[in-house]
Design a protein around this ligand. Structure first.
Ligand SMILES: *Cc1c(COP(=O)(O)O)cnc(C)c1O
Length: 486
């Protein structure tokens, strides 16, 4: 299988060739030249598989240049009950992504698929744990090393660190804004004692951290010399790893391939729901894919109006579902490419408009940039929005009705799912984090703390290891070079 760039000006590459990289050289995002298809007979055969075996069945359609036996070792090492052990009472860790019925009324069924049972209690572990093993495997084969450099405001950085800790040939340098993360999030990252994990707390805000990452990445000589890479949400392997749990959710919710299901996905950078789009393009019987946003409603606006209008930093709100606080959705370009019939020239034009005019409009209205918004329904997409008061009300309602506490991002999903559920089509809400991660808002909603999984009770009291630094590019470069010895 070959991968092409959405912008059409980079040479096709294999899975292994794009694994360690980010953007294509032409600034586009990689996608398979054609989507592999799944037949109904295959789907039937997949019904009885363990999560790891299902992951192998899906991944081998994409990672065609990795020997199947190696891929099998990697998924069996990744998708174990030991790694995804932070289950709720009544859930089995063997399921990896346990699925429950949340509520049923008037023929409508809403289910919750737990994706947050991994080491950092958020769905990013589903893909990142596999990436850690894939990177280690690939680097070992090439006898190479990689220094991952990134910035985080919480979830991504910790998922990356827990995936890369102790991995041969890999170091992680992670910037975070000093004293701006929750006590739980800082403790999760800073309590890691692995020598290959290096946390730097920057005296500034998240944007300062991100500016430092950009400045270093733009210094191509330094980047090459220090073997610097990233694992941000546009990484293709992360998207593919996420495709697996859409198949899993479908197979667990249905008994026959004649049935369809829909998914509601708490969305920020469009990475999670992009995997749902790919599963649907492969032939998984998904009726609708519903993007649930918070107050930062770039995506909801597009799916309601056809206008994609990215926000400025000052227009990006800090909300109580902070992992969805984005100004532009970095994976959205993948969907737009398919929506406009994979026309790279038009895609380049549209994303040039994003740079120059802050967005584009596909509504077909006079003066707009195209009319493909009328095709959005064929791709199953729809959307909704949930704000702070909705979030609190949903958390309280589920706690009162079912004795279940859910996190703030998942609450945005449940609110939107309830608005979109149809009789006869099961609606699966993806649970993207456990409530313990966002306890401040759980207290606000319920007046009590979220339950912590065993082992996390006293995490804030563990010894912490991190470096405090001013927002100084020369200083971080010196720090990196000192630790790599390159
Ligand atoms: C990252 C994240 C999201 C958003 O996922 P995208 O792939 O960026 O759309 C939602 N919820 C939680 C808890 C997250 O960590």
């Amino acid at each position: 299988m070959q991968y092409i760039s959405t912008r059409g000006a980079s040479a096709p590459q294999s899975f292994s060739e794009i694994l360690l990289g980010g953007l294509a050289p032409d600034g586009g995002l990689y996608l398979p030249a054609t989507y592999p298809q799944v037949s109904s007979a295959e789907l039937d055969a997949w019904r009885g598989l363990s999560y790891a075996s299902l992951a192998l069945a899906v991944l081998k359609k994409f990672a065609t240049d990795i020997p199947e036996a190696d891929l099998q070792c990697l998924v069996e090492k990744t998708y174990t009950a030991d790694v995804y052990c932070n289950v709720r009472a009544g859930e089995s860790a063997d399921q990896i992504t346990p699925l429950h019925v949340l509520e049923q009324s008037e023929g409508k069924t809403i289910l919750l698929q737990a994706l947050s049972n991994g080491p950092t209690l958020a769905f990013k572990d589903m893909a990142m744990q596999l990436i850690g093993n894939l990177f280690e495997y690939t680097l070992q084969k090439q006898d190479a090393e990689l220094n991952i450099f990134g910035a985080t405001s919480g979830d991504t950085g910790s998922a990356a660190e827990y995936a890369m800790r102790g991995k041969k040939g890999i170091r992680v340098f992670m910037l975070s804004p000093h004293k701006k993360m929750s006590a739980f999030q800082s403790a999760q990252m800073f309590s890691l004692q692995d020598p290959n994990i290096l946390n730097v707390a920057v005296e500034g805000v998240f944007d300062d951290c991100q500016d430092m990452v950009k400045a270093v990445s733009n210094d191509l000589t330094f980047k090459a010399q220090q073997k610097i890479g990233t694992v941000n949400s546009i990484n293709w392997a992360r998207v593919v790893a996420q495709v697996v749990y859409y198949f899993r959710g479908y197979l667990m919710a249905t008994t026959s391939n004649q049935l369809k299901v829909s998914f509601t996905v708490p969305s920020g950078n469009f990475g999670n729901i992009c995997a749902g789009h790919i599963a649907r393009m492969m032939g998984l019987p998904i009726d609708r894919l519903i993007a649930a946003t918070n107050e930062n409603d770039v995506l909801d606006e597009f799916f309601r109006t056809g206008a994609y209008r990215v926000r400025k930093s000052a227009e990006t709100y800090h909300t109580t579902s902070p992992s969805m606080d984005i100004s532009k959705a970095s994976n959205f370009e993948r969907f737009v490419f398919d929506l406009i019939g994979r026309d790279s020239e038009r895609l380049r034009h549209l994303f040039h408009l994003v740079e120059t005019q802050g967005g584009f409009d596909l509504s077909g209205r006079p003066g707009s940039d195209g009319d493909e918004f009328n095709k959005v329904g064929q791709f199953g997409f729809s959307s909704g929005k949930s704000v702070h008061t909705d979030r609190l009300a949903t958390i309280r309602d589920l706690h009162k009705r079912y004795g279940l506490t859910i996190d703030t991002h998942t609450a945005d999903g449940v609110k939107v799912a309830r608005e979109h559920a149809l009789a006869g089509v099961p609606m699966i809400v993806l649970e993207t984090a456990l409530p313990a991660k966002f306890n401040e808002t759980i207290r606000e909603a319920l007046g009590q703390d979220a339950e912590r999984p065993p082992g996390f009770e006293n995490i804030e009291a563990l010894p912490q290891r991190f470096e405090v630094m001013s927002a100084d590019v020369a200083q971080i470069k010196a720090y990196i070079a000192h630790h790599t010895g390159l």
